[in-house]
Design a protein around this ligand. Structure first.
Ligand code: CA
Length: 613
């Protein structure tokens, strides 16, 4: 049944869309159905274009879902992986709004308005087109184009692409929405983090909310709203596009009590042990090749074996809370899936699931609340005062899990959100639904990018990017996944095609198996480094000195990227003072200092004896 429907849908997607549009325009659909009902296939029975559901996890890590090696229980997300395909070489950007801007426009960040995050625009970028800090009006958006192609367009969740009336979801193509406009905040109420922005802004169907619904909890309410949108137009014959941009599992880890203690003491073993277990499962599943090494533990994170048990317990509780966040999100994804099954839409729905950037390893609260004595810091101290571990998850508590657990979430990669190491930009991707013709539950290693979604989904909807009729539109940087999803190709990219990124002054290029990367000291070398990420996904070995020709060739790709997209490196960045303020790297000698690493001496058994009388 699924296969037949899938084939029909694929073969007639373009045609049926046009036909349906024409019938609706002439107003004869009902008449046709009534007249033809007894013998001929009615308009209502004609193959429809698939619905599209994008499920975005905010700061969700590569290795968190069970289907990517996590011990976190995500049966519903895993069921999509089981029905569909997992992609292991999928890239987003290093932070929220840049990724979201490319997802919804298909255009590079430096042209679409997110050349830098709104929160960090540098003096030399201010006022330059492409660096507006919101999704600018030179781009056409995915929901606009899908709406034009006859889709209903719904959004629930975090927007983070502009707050002014002409920048909100309703102004950018969403027919229905329930949206958090800010980059983060409470899951329970409208509390935000700083004195400058004390309240989060929400919109519902294009109106700014004065208060939140009764019994509001972000993940639950977003799901309820979205199901409501789908039901309101159910049965009118139009497919829908639903963008579910969950706030979970972004900090602060706000979670209903019953979800908080589901991995009791499981994380006391420490971050290195959990990373090893996740990598082992990834290799067994075929997510990572045999022989993959873990990235080095961030040099300022301690080896958990040197910590006292109480410290490990309390740090483990943070990871337990995070795991609960992911499990709760999975539960609500399951509610959406069940609902679509109940109303008969599941089989005809494409699901796209991924995290928007690497897991959060920075001290976000500290970065935002700022210096003690400042107005923002005072605001944070007053309004985020629940610090007792038993209250973690409640309103007014702020818990993040730190670089040690962020690295666990990004197993086996190096670093985390905010950086262009693989731990900042590589994400787990699941695609399932009628257009996927690859074996159910299979894994693909082709090079993919978040900006590919625009051409892919326009193709699914039987439409295309209107560059010919609107020549001023900026070019799409992605490639349609059509051939890969259809099983006709293993990658949409050749060895010559490249991807490139810049944010906060960090730079990277990926081409074939290679990656060229520039990051400020001590996160990088303040110079270009070269990695073979196919053989060394954890970016442990800088090969720049051994392959100068490769560096040169990839630098040429970087230069052409800069030119094509007007990349302006920031004159000031959030990480400017890192070299001075971060703990410096030191050579790590295994087993040093000896006293900490020495274990109890156990004598040979045959030499044991009872005391003599
Ligand atoms: Ca994010």
């Amino acid at each position: 049944m699924e296969t037949v429907l899938a084939r029909l849908t694929c073969a007639t997607a373009g045609k049926s869309g046009k036909r349906h549009g024409l019938l609706t325009m002439l107003g004869v659909a009902g008449m046709f159905a009534a007249l033809a009902a007894p013998a001929i296939v009615s308009a209502a029975d004609a193959p429809r274009r698939p619905n599209i559901v994008i499920i975005l996890g905010d700061d969700l890590g590569y290795a968190d879902m069970g289907s990517f090696g996590g011990e976190i229980k995500t049966p519903n997300l895993d069921s999509l992986a089981k029905d569909g395909v997992r992609f292991t070489n999928f890239y987003t950007h290093a932070s929220c709004s840049p990724t979201r801007s490319m997802l919804l426009s298909g255009v590079d960040t430096h042209l679409n308005g997110l050349g830098n995050m709104n929160e960090w625009i540098a003096p030399n970028q201010a006022g330059v087109p492409g660096y507006e800090g919101n999704l600018n009006h030179r781009v056409a958006t995915l929901p606009q184009l899908l709406k034009g192609a006859g889709y209903h367009t719904y959004m629930a969740g975090k927007w983070h692409l502009g707050k002014a009336p002409d920048q909100i979801p309703a102004a950018r193509g969403f027919e229905r929405d329930f949206s958090l406009l800010d980059g983060g905040g409470s899951y329970w109420n409208m509390m935000n983090i700083t004195a400058t922005v004390p309240q989060s802004l929400y919109t519902e169907d294009g109106r700014y909310l004065t208060k939140l619904p009764e019994d509001y909890y972000a993940t639950k309410t977003y799901t309820d709203k979205l199901i409501g949108f789908i039901d309101a137009n159910r049965g009118d014959g139009k497919p829908f596009f639903a963008y579910v941009a969950h706030q979970a599992p972004h900090e602060p880890f706000h979670l209903p009590k019953e979800w908080r203690n589901r991995h009791d003491r499981e994380y006391d073993k420490g971050w290195d042990a959990v990373r090893q277990e996740r990598l082992k499962r990834q290799v067994e599943m075929g997510i990572m090749p045999a022989g993959t090494e873990l990235a080095e533990r961030m040099w300022f994170v301690p080896d958990p074996i040197v910590l006292a048990p109480a410290s490990r317990y309390i740090l483990g509780k943070k990871m337990e809370l995070y795991a609960g966040m992911v499990e709760n999100m999975d539960h609500h994804v399951g509610r959406l899936i069940e609902h679509l099954k109940k109303i008969g839409e599941y089989e005809n729905t494409i699901f796209v699931v991924f995290g928007d950037n690497g897991a959060e390893g920075s001290d976000l609260f500290g970065m935002i609340a700022g210096t003690p004595g400042s107005r923002d810091n005072l605001f944070a101290a007053i309004n985020w005062s629940q610090t007792h571990p038993n209250a973690w998850g409640d309103p007014e508590s702020w818990v993040g899990y730190g670089p040690m657990w962020a690295q666990v979430s990004m197993t086996p990669f190096s670093q985390f959100k905010g950086w262009l190491a693989e731990g900042g930009i590589r994400n787990a991707l699941i695609v399932s639904g009628p257009n996927v013709k690859r074996p159910a539950g299979s894994i693909n290693h082709g090079l993919m990018h978040v900006a590919d979604l625009m051409p892919t989904l326009l193709e699914v909807a039987g439409t295309s990017y209107p560059k010919a009729s609107q020549p001023d539109l900026p070019p799409l940087i992605g490639k349609s996944w059509g051939p890969v999803l259809a099983g006709k190709a293993d990658s949409v990219r050749t060895e010559q095609d490249y991807l490139a990124w810049e944010v906060f002054g960090s730079r990277a290029v990926r081409q074939g198996d290679w990656k060229l990367r520039w990051q400020i000291k001590p996160y990088g070398k303040s110079d270009w480094e070269l990695f073979n990420v196919a053989a060394d996904p954890a970016e442990r070995k800088d090969l720049a000195a051994q392959h100068p020709d490769k560096v040169k060739a990839m630098l040429a790709a970087w230069e052409s990227y800069v030119k094509a997209n007007n990349v302006i490196l920031p004159s000031r960045g959030p990480f400017d003072t890192l070299e001075k303020d971060m703990p410096q790297r030191v050579t790590v000698y295994p087993g040093f200092p000896p006293l900490i690493y020495q274990r109890q001496f156990v004598p040979p058994k045959e030499m044991l004896a009872e005391p003599k009388p």
